[in-house]
Design a protein around this ligand. Structure first.
Ligand SMILES: [Zn+2]
Ligand SMILES: [Zn+2]
Length: 358
């Protein structure tokens, strides 16, 4: 029988043909797609062909105003995007759990692994976390190929698409918020803000057994979505009296709008001994009357997520968590500039946008 030579390792052979580009923020308000080298994965990294990238509020803020934390080097190249899924095209020599062809999503923050926060499991608050599209490297997921450590890469189940995979990250924010709030059946909950993170928090609370969930926003389209995704009641915050009979009645109040006005509302909505969860990024100062909440109310801020990508993936794959129907807009990678512009001009209509990279 004729013997065929062993095939060369996939990428060693194919790599020469790969072509990479990345979407770069040239100045606030202007993105451009530029040629870039194909990254070479380190021993413990995988190389991903990026398929979908979700657009996050922080990306849109970065597009409009430049990064939250400006780079020290004025010539720093700035990428955007951190909600990302795709297919592995190469693995580093020490990678054990992945192979070429695996469909994965990535957790975009890679912490130092040895500070007190990392060691206590709160690696989301590691001061040296390297998070995509922010300091120190400003490396964005809006690119054709990206390297990522195996330890922060997660395989997608067969019944989950990479489109859903790109939405694991914002879903994990909701899961983390609900877990930190110790949501259980029987708790009465209100979520202020029905944007992407508010709706993710709603679904996480539901998945954890809560039934009585009120969602408030000022945009009716978002409230319709909240209803569809299982809110027991929705209220439009424009109606001043909408929550008149709900003073001091909620076990848990989530602020997800990132707004000082809703943040200030939390103290009059929470019950004695209840919890206020600050999930949104609230600019400026919010006056708090501590006398109003001096009956053992807990106030907690929530930052990203830690250790909950696997359960978030399971929640989506099992159908308890619907991320797909939250996507109102899909853009092609070539239209990245328009995608960002419309995220601003059509803000009220868009729940979640996703960019199809390949
Ligand atoms: Zn995000
Ligand atoms: Zn650390």
């Amino acid at each position: 029988m004729k013997k065929f030579p062993a095939p060369a390792p996939f990428l060693k052979q194919e790599k020469m043909k790969l072509k990479n580009t990345e979407a770069i923020l040239i100045t606030p308000g202007k993105m451009e797609i530029k040629d870039a080298p194909v990254p070479v994965p380190k021993d413990d990294e995988v190389l991903l062909k990026v398929e979908y990238v979700g657009m996050c509020g922080s990306d849109i803020h970065g597009f409009a105003n430049g990064p939250f934390i400006p780079p020290k080097d004025p010539n720093q190249k700035i990428g955007l995007g951190h909600e990302c899924a795709g297919t592995i095209v190469e693995v580093g020599s020490k990678v054990k759990n992945f192979k070429v062809g695996d469909r994965v999503c990535i957790e975009p923050g890679v912490p130092c692994g040895h500070c007190r926060y990392c060691l206590s499991g709160h690696y989301n608050i590691c001061p040296d976390v390297d998070f995509l599209a922010t300091q120190p490297n400003y490396r964005g997921a809006l690119t054709n190929y990206i390297n990522h450590p195996e330890a922060f890469t997660y395989k997608l189940p067969d019944n989950m698409t990479t489109f859903e995979g790109a939405l694991v990250e914002p879903a994990a924010v909701g899961v983390h918020a609900a877990m930190e709030a110790d949501i259980k059946p029987g708790k009465k909950i209100i979520i202020l803000g029905a944007g992407c993170i508010g709706l993710m928090t709603l679904q996480a609370c539901k998945a954890m057994g809560a039934v009585d969930i009120t969602v408030s926003d000022v945009i009716d389209k978002r409230l319709d979505f909240a209803k569809k995704l299982g809110a027991s009641r929705v209220v439009n915050g424009k109606d001043k009296d909408a929550l008149k009979d709900d003073q001091n009645s909620f076990d848990v109040v989530f602020e997800t709008a990132g707004n000082p006005i809703t943040a200030a509302q939390t103290t009059s909505l929470v019950i004695r001994g209840g919890r206020i969860m600050i999930v949104g990024t609230i600019p400026g100062d919010t006056p708090v009357n501590f006398l109003k909440i001096n009956r053992e109310v807990k106030i907690q801020t929530v930052f990203r997520y830690a250790n909950n990508f696997p359960m978030t993936i399971e929640a989506i794959s099992s159908g308890r968590f619907d991320v797909k129907s939250m996507v109102t807009d899909v853009y092609n990678y070539e239209d990245v500039q328009r995608a960002f512009e419309e995220s601003i001009s059509r803000k009220a209509e868009i729940i979640k946008s996703v960019i199809k990279v390949s």
